[in-house]
Write a protein that binds this ligand. Structure first.
Ligand code: AMP
Ligand code: GLY
Length: 423
């Protein structure tokens, strides 16, 4: 089969790497891919948000199966467009992708399905939103309704900060249309989990969970990022039979059933961002795709052929390729570029990549090949060094040994990924 992976980050490198282990693939392509995917797949210079050109390319090249990594093309309706011309593609339709692209839709869906989540009120009017924010005891959580590249959530410690966040989103349009509607949400506390399942419209595969480290600094300090590291499986205190049962029965299954009942069945990977509160599991958000950097620690643990699993999912029978997960642990450490998550340099040569050992994978998150075919930085998160081991400590030791051997000007990483202290 000729298979196309859409995206250019660490998540897409991990998806393509896992797919490359499938014997049924004759040609693997990535659009646009990065220096990491270029090592084993064919990079095609089409942006992951250029749905029209991707469609044209897939038709012209007779691509048998397309896998979409990021949320933006899903929210644009890439799956609908491919299906209209009978191209097989993995991911939710535009309507189903609203579970991520519209937080007000997701809230309403959870309400209708009886799924536990933070209480929220939805506003389109700035003055009404401010009046409501003033009536609450801080902290309050302000969320832009639409996609905002992971930056649309403000946990406001004071009422003034809440008003400033509302102004930035609703008046100054910091996220364009995405912030015309906002949610003002109850503040919840507790450790967070990222839970993934393959969903075929009706049925839900076994779940696989990870812990993501969102803050840039050690000890969870500093601004939020796209994720500075992750590990899987989470500690037993966070993810055990009881929590898993609750995630399935109280959250994922009711939401999947409600979407099917309402005529927009979800097909793809459903990602539930959950918080383990003193009151049980609650949904922080849903995403309609794999997490990044969670994919880099979840996919190495999956034993099932990823292509078979994805094909079974889109064929409407996820049970046909049962998801088997190894008991090994996987730890991923993101190596970022000085300045991230704010401004950073690009085009910096990366040294030490060839030193990475066999059971460690340096997934490329923001890299490209320069004119001399050298690997240089091309993003704020540059690499996710992912290592597997029998124990978490084992995996952690290997990931950090590899992270230490890789460097570029201004490279840095958090040294406390998968180090406990329970979180
Ligand atoms: P998101 O961009 O939706 O992943 O949210 C970023 C982070 O904001 C989450 O990982 C949480 O740590 C935090 N957050 C979101 N909603 C809430 C909430 N209702 N209460 C407390 N923290 C929240
Ligand atoms: N790691 C968070 C996300 O992928 O949204």
């Amino acid at each position: 089969m000729k298979v196309l992976v859409i995206g250019k980050g660490g998540r897409e490198h991990a998806i393509a790497w896992k797919l490359s282990q499938s014997s049924r693939i004759s040609t693997l392509l990535c659009a646009p891919g990065n220096a990491g995917t270029a090592r084993f797949a064919l990079n095609v210079p089409i942006s992951d948000s250029d749905v029209g050109s991707l469609l044209e390319f897939a038709l012209h090249e007779e691509i048998d199966f397309t896998v979409v990594g990021p949320e933006a093309p899903l929210a644009e309706g890439i799956v609908d467009r491919f299906k209209e011309v009978e191209l097989s593609i993995f991911g939710p339709t535009k309507a189903a992708a609203r579970i991520e692209s519209s937080k007000s839709y997701a809230k309403g869906l959870m309400r209708r399905a009886g799924v536990p989540t933070a209480l929220a009120e939805i506003f389109r009017d700035f003055e009404l939103a401010c009046a409501y924010a003033r009536s609450l005891a801080p902290p309050v959580v302000i969320k832009a309704d639409g996609l905002a590249a992971g930056k649309g959530v403000v946990v406001a410690e004071t009422t003034d900060r809440a008003i400033a966040a509302l102004r930035a989103q609703m008046i100054d349009q910091a996220f364009g249309e995405s912030g015309e509607t906002v949610l003002i949400e109850e503040y919840l506390q507790g450790p967070e989990l990222s839970v993934f399942a393959f969903v075929d419209g009706q049925r839900v595969s076994p779940m696989i969970a990870a812990v993501d480290y969102k803050r840039v600094g050690e000890g969870d300090t500093g601004p939020n990022t796209g994720g500075m590291g992750a590990y899987s499986p989470p500690l037993d205190v966070l993810w055990n039979d009881e929590v898993e049962r609750s995630a399935r029965h109280d959250i994922i299954e009711p939401v999947v059933a409600a979407m099917a009942d309402e005529g927009c069945p979800f097909v793809g990977v459903l990602y539930a961002g959950l918080m383990l509160t003193s009151d049980g599991l609650k949904v922080i958000e849903f995403n309609c795709r794999f997490g990044d950097p969670e994919a880099q620690v979840v996919l190495p643990r999956i034993k099932t052929d990823l292509l078979e699993l994805m094909l079974a999912t889109v064929a409407g029978n996820v049970d046909e390729a049962p998801l088997l997960v190894s008991t090994d642990s996987c730890v991923g450490v993101v190596v970022a570029s000085r300045g991230y998550p704010d401004a950073y340099k690009t085009g910096l040569p990366i040294a030490g990549l060839e030193k990475v050992e066999d059971d460690v994978t340096a997934f490329h998150a923001g890299t490209k090949l320069d004119a001399n075919e050298e690997t240089v930085t091309d993003g704020g998160r540059v690499l996710a060094i992912s290592a597997t081991g029998e124990t978490r400590q084992d995996a952690r030791g290997k990931a950090y040994a590899a992270a230490e051997s890789i460097s570029f000007e201004g490279s840095f990483y958090r040294s406390d990924i998968a180090d406990f202290a329970v979180r």
